[in-house]
Design a protein around this ligand. Structure first.
Ligand code: HEC
Ligand code: HEC
Length: 432
């Protein structure tokens, strides 16, 4: 099928949900520093090499139909397949080039095998066998269970582990904790905090604009446009008016179909048909808070905890985030619900204000759950409804950070904006 990409901007990011800063340091500091350097050097080595034209991938095609040499991760949607690549990077503390020779350059041949890639393929089979033979096929052991951000798993506990502070990583799937209120109570507090049920039902659409700061300043200078239509249509476009050769990044969901255009990646545009489709629907529905109680089922409330902001890359930590109070720990109520196709989502509500500060959703893949985290802050009043003006969207392939400067409610939005992104003319800089 001949899908060749000249560059990929998928980066390694720590995917741990840490409950406080101590744990974070404890489990990922070294890996993070080491890997950040690697990522930065190969990312910036070949900046914005000409992107290949969008590949025309049939939406119903599975991984082995779209790619040339898929032997074990067959028969899954392309978004789930790329999710497994993100899991491998995160679990081993690798970037793509550590298993795919030449990734990040024009010479990459994703399909070519090499010793490391062959080991990784064997590991997938080993993992599947362990789960089949010992856990009834439930996905209890994953790459992360053993690797924890290292290429070679540790084998021996240390005295530091034994006598040092306990690691407080949370389970993915939570249970209702004794003594905690029902989820409905916390969801009602949130509805109250953002404006009250009555006011929220008046919200039928929104249009937001602002600036985008990509990972490590990589997407700096981008302009973001977001729009949504009740109940669950949504579009996020990142435009680079000063660097038209970069192309626009666009995520759309029209209530049925979801599309992702990310110009400098393996597939510059494709339809999301796996876990990312469910994720796109959830994101879109949640931007209309009135319906929060209906977007997930099987709600449960875990123990309250503290969360802090995701660590920012060095280049961003100082200037960009000062305004939004990075590094502040906040006491949160933790609520979880179940979505379709094995998706889970955990919502973290500020105990003080009742506002939603974080959403972590987990999609399925054959080698473990694929986490996506969205952090909301800088809530401001828009026509009596509190809307987040700062949004951090982090997935295993990168992160986008948006600082909005304007949100308008109930303005008309062209329905075509939510469907498959329109072809980009080479000279087209602006959207309008
Ligand atoms: C730990 C090793 C490892 C890492 C890291 C890794 N991959 Fe892979 N990749 C594999 C293996 C193994 C396969 C083959 C899977 C199979 O046979 O089912 C593969 C296959 C692929 C393919 C299919 C190529 C084809 O035409 O057959 C693509 C595309 C791909 N990887 C992209 C990526 C991207 C993008 C990244 C970085 C986010 C990445 N990979 C990171 C191990 C890795
Ligand atoms: C049950 C534990 C376990 C699981 C699960 C596991 N691994 Fe491993 N993996 C190991 C061990 C142990 C080694 C080191 C083997 C050695 O050094 O000979 C290793 C080595 C590797 C290596 C070679 C690293 C190097 O030094 O170049 C790769 C690549 C790898 N694993 C990928 C994966 C991937 C991808 C997954 C998930 C699909 C995975 N592993 C799941 C235990 C595991």
């Amino acid at each position: 099928m001949g899908i060749v990409a000249s560059q990929v901007d998928i980066q390694w990011l720590p995917s741990v949900i840490t409950m406080n800063r101590k744990t974070m340091k404890h489990c990922s500091k070294e890996g993070f520093l080491m890997v950040t350097v690697v990522v930065a050097s190969w990312l910036f080595a070949t900046p914005f090499a000409a992107a290949q034209p969008a590949s025309h991938v049939n939406p119903k095609s599975t991984s082995d139909q779209v790619f040339k040499n898929v032997q074990v991760l067959k028969g899954i949607p392309v978004d789930d397949f790329l999710g497994t690549m993100g899991i491998m990077c995160a679990a081993l503390g690798f970037d793509c080039s550590e298993c795919h020779t030449g990734a990040g350059t024009e010479k990459v041949d994703w399909a070519a095998d090499n010793p490391r890639k062959l080991i990784a393929r064997r590991m997938v089979q080993m993992m599947t066998t362990i789960n089949r033979d010992n856990f009834n096929g439930r996905q209890m052991v994953t790459c992360w269970s053993c690797h924890r951000g290292r290429d070679r798993p540790l084998t021996t506990p240390t005295m530091e582990n034994m006598y040092g502070p306990a690691a407080l990583d949370m389970d993915d799937v939570l249970v209702q904790a004794p003594g905690q209120p029902p989820a409905e109570k916390i969801l009602n507090q949130y509805i109250q905090a953002v404006g009250g049920a009555e006011r929220l039902t008046t919200m039928k659409s929104y249009v937001a604009t602002g600036t985008s700061v990509g990972f490590g300043g990589f997407g700096k200078g981008g302009q973001v446009e977001m729009a949504g239509k009740f109940p669950d249509q949504r579009v996020t476009s990142i435009l680079f008016p000063k660097e038209p050769e970069r192309g626009n990044s666009i995520r759309t969901f029209d209530g049925h179909e979801a599309w992702l255009r990310t110009p400098l990646t393996v597939l510059s545009e494709y339809q999301l048909t796996g876990g990312e489709l469910d994720g796109a629907k959830l994101d879109a529905a949640l931007s209309f808070p009135a319906q929060i109680k209906n977007v997930l089922t099987d709600w449960r409330v875990s123990m309250p905890t503290t969360i802090s902001d995701l660590p920012a890359p060095d280049s961003q930590a100082v200037e960009e985030n000062k305004a939004v109070g990075i590094g502040k720990d906040r006491l949160v109520n933790v609520v979880q619900g179940r979505g379709p196709n094995g998706m889970w989502a955990t919502l973290y509500f500020d105990q003080q204000s009742g506002l939603l500060l974080r959403l972590v959703r987990y999609g399925n893949s054959p080698i473990g759950r694929v986490p996506t985290e969205i952090d909301y802050s800088d809530y401001r009043d828009v026509d009596g409804i509190k809307m987040p003006f700062h949004i951090l969207f982090a997935w295993l392939g990168g992160r986008d950070e948006f600082q909005l400067n304007q949100i308008q409610l109930n303005v008309p939005v062209d329905a075509r904006k939510f469907s498959r992104p329109r072809p980009e003319k080479p000279t087209e800089h602006e959207h309008h």
